[in-house]
Design a protein around this ligand. Sequence first.
Ligand code: CA
Length: 226
Amino acid sequence: MTKLIAVVEDEPDIAELISIHLKKALFEVKIFLSGNKFYAFLPQKKPDFIILDLLLPDIDGLEICKDLKNRQETKEIPIIMLTAKGEEIDKILGLELGADDYMTKPFSPRELVARVKAVLRRSEQAQKSVEIKAGDDISIDKAKHEVRLKGEKIDLTTTEFKILELLASKKGWVFSREKILDYLWGREKAVLDRTVDVHIRHLRKKLGKQGELIKNIRGVGYKLDT
Ligand code: CA
């Protein structure tokens, strides 16, 4: 599927140059000459990638980056920032803003395309690793907090999801009830061991036949069979 790249850049010549090179690399491109124009488009279609100029006439590129990385629905979109000078790089790539890469103007458009591809590869790799398989039919999507059984989404409570996620993180490994409780609530909450058994019972039921993969090891705890 063709990836849509949003180029948010107020200088038309630069935006056009970037666009030409990205299209050559078979990306779909949409140019936005201001922050507001980009925000007006965003609800219609979420881009797969954003190239974002730091100095825009209306909204500060840094503000846009920060905003997108703070919102649940947009935080996974990779962003490369374009800066006029090498300044504020720590801030741009740091935790506060969390851009994925940056380029200093003037830059080579080819280099930019290479960086886009590298960042995309990296983020696809990261997305993949959030999916865990259990047994033949269970797949756990950590990013979406979804569990599918034979491709069908099943409704788990947050607690059930977390227990399954924990057990699946180390298949075959036995987790004590205490470990499970710690993972669920931390040490501050005093909950009876029995609680774990109840959640596991519900979880097993929802997983149907695959629920048998969750084994109780007497006197020790629970594990997920491989
Ligand atoms: Ca600019």
